[in-house]
Design a protein around this ligand. Sequence first.
Ligand SMILES: [Zn+2]
Length: 300
Amino acid sequence: MNETSWLKRRRQGIKESSKRDVPDGLWKKCDGCGEIIYHKELEKHLWTCPSCGHHFRISGDQYVEILIDEGSFVELLTGLESTDPLGFVDSKRYSERITAARKKTGHSSAVITGSGRLEGHLAMVAVLDFSFMGGSMGSVMGEKIARLTRMAIEERVPLVTLASSGGARMQEGILSLMQMAKTSAMLAKLRDEGLPHIAIQAHPTTGGVTASFASLGDVILAEPGALIGFAGPRVIQQTIKQDLPEGFQTSEFLLEHGMVDHVVHRKELKSALAKLLDFFTDDGRDKAEDTLGQARRQGL
Ligand SMILES: [Zn+2]
């Protein structure tokens, strides 16, 4: 191997290690502390840094694997696929972007919906996949979440959502914004039925997703260090012309200010969810209905 090709390979290696998504390579540099971590080690720690606790971004499939009891997940509503209602083109055609995302993720949309068990508790589960066009919410995501919520009502089971999204899908224009109202309206029905919705916010949860279903959990959990907000910090800073406080829009900041109920390490996420589901749904759903119904009657 001559020096040029060696250098080229080495440079490519460096370039790969600076990617934000978990790579296929053997080693990964932590964005939090800079430590180089062996891939298997990272996998063992559920893609969190064993040194500093930094949470690497993972796919929807990986979340399903982490959270749902093995063999219990049944994917639902897979037949819904995005169309290109506006014939939208920026640097690429929207239809081409969808095709590429489908190939990359193996899913037909940016949300995986299904039913599954969490330490034995049955729930309807919607997990956003950031690797599918930034987990953006278009008509299909909105429709899938709304239908899944309806199924939760019909089956009398709780709903668990996990958000990781750049917000509304601009390529669908106003149709994407409509999904905020649609998902919120369906969640209001779930609420009227006395069934719980537990929302998890992972890095990043922003825009129209934050402004709709991701913030409408009866309990809202967040992964540590996640960026959670509506508009980004730069936009806010330029609008209000003031410096923003330190740690602004992180999970921990939101917890301190009452927007998030609990910040949970990914390793604890499944047991935290199971505990909540146990509290809300054990022994039939009477307890959940009573607790939620009571709280709502008191206007909490
Ligand atoms: Zn680290």
